[in-house]
Design a protein around this ligand. Structure first.
Ligand code: FE2
Length: 266
């Protein structure tokens, strides 16, 4: 079976290229399940109920988030009502919403999906390592196919997390930095890993933000207000081939779709 995991969707340019890119990729690579991180889909910060609806309508089956999930307070009731919009699982008990779900892929395989957040250079959260242990116990009763979005800044924390879980999950896919890394691989235990899947959004930017504003913030050290950039929209993702019977990943490859050329590159 195949799972397409789409990297952080940023702002309107990200939502647009998500729509056209998924239309293309669903015909081209026929994924059985599509997961997308969309924590910056609303003007680069958080997401609203209408934008979450738009992302599901574009063809995403499960939507993950991260530290920006709380930026728009109107999303909180939506998180409670919609089991396939996830917030990081390693938040204190009683936090609204869910950090994991069980989704049925188009080939009938149940897929456990969970969202966890790192702690290095990130807002405080509970231990993602031990939170993953607990999640895996409950997934083990339902399925062997488990995909984790690890939303984290530090490459070391992401690598340690992947090795900690090697052989126990199908894939650990990093998000948050908006820069895709070229280290996609299958670890010895059968777990697919990439440090960061990249960004679905405007690449003529500083990780999605208007370049002049980001430069001004660095030059002046003042809190310049950021707005999302627009140029060079690209969808970035990774495509996983999975043995549904064992839950082991067979392959992981990077995918990039550029709106203007309508092209897909591997
Ligand atoms: Fe983030």
């Amino acid at each position: 079976m195949r799972i397409l995991f789409v990297a952080d969707v940023v702002g309107l340019p990200g939502r647009r290229v998500l729509r056209s890119g998924l239309e293309h990729l669903r015909a081209e690579v026929r994924p059985d399940l599509v997961i997308a991180n969309a924590e910056n889909a609303a003007r680069g910060n958080g997401l609203t109920p209408a934008i979450a609806d738009e992302i599901f309508r574009a063809g995403c089956d499960v939507v993950t988030t991260g530290n920006h999930v709380w930026d728009r307070k109107e999303i909180v009731p939506y998180l409670v009502e919609h089991p396939r919009l996830l917030r990081p699982a390693n938040h204190p008990d009683g936090t609204p919403g869910r950090g994991s779900c069980l989704a049925e892929a188009r080939d009938g395989t149940p897929v456990g999906v969970a969202n966890l957040m790192g702690r290095v250079y990130m807002p405080p959260s509970d231990d993602p390592f031990r939170a993953a242990d607990v999640l895996l116990q409950s997934f083990a009763r339902e399925t062997r196919v488990v995909v984790l979005d690890f939303h984290a800044e530090a490459t070391s924390e992401k690598a340690a997390f992947a090795w900690y879980l090697d052989g126990r999950v199908t894939a650990i896919l990093g998000t948050h930095t908006h820069v895709p890394t070229a280290d996609e691989r299958i670890l010895p235990g059968g777990t697919a890993f990439v440090t960061d899947a990249g960004m679905t959004g405007p690449h003529d930017s500083v990780i999605g933000v208007e370049k002049t504003e980001a430069i001004e913030r660095f030059l002046t050290q003042r809190p310049v207000r950021f707005s999302p950039a627009a140029g060079d929209p690209r969808l970035q993702a990774v495509l996983l081939d999975i043995d549904a019977a064992t839950g082991r990943a067979q392959s992981i490859r990077r995918v990039e779709y550029r709106e203007r050329a309508g092209e897909e590159r591997h």
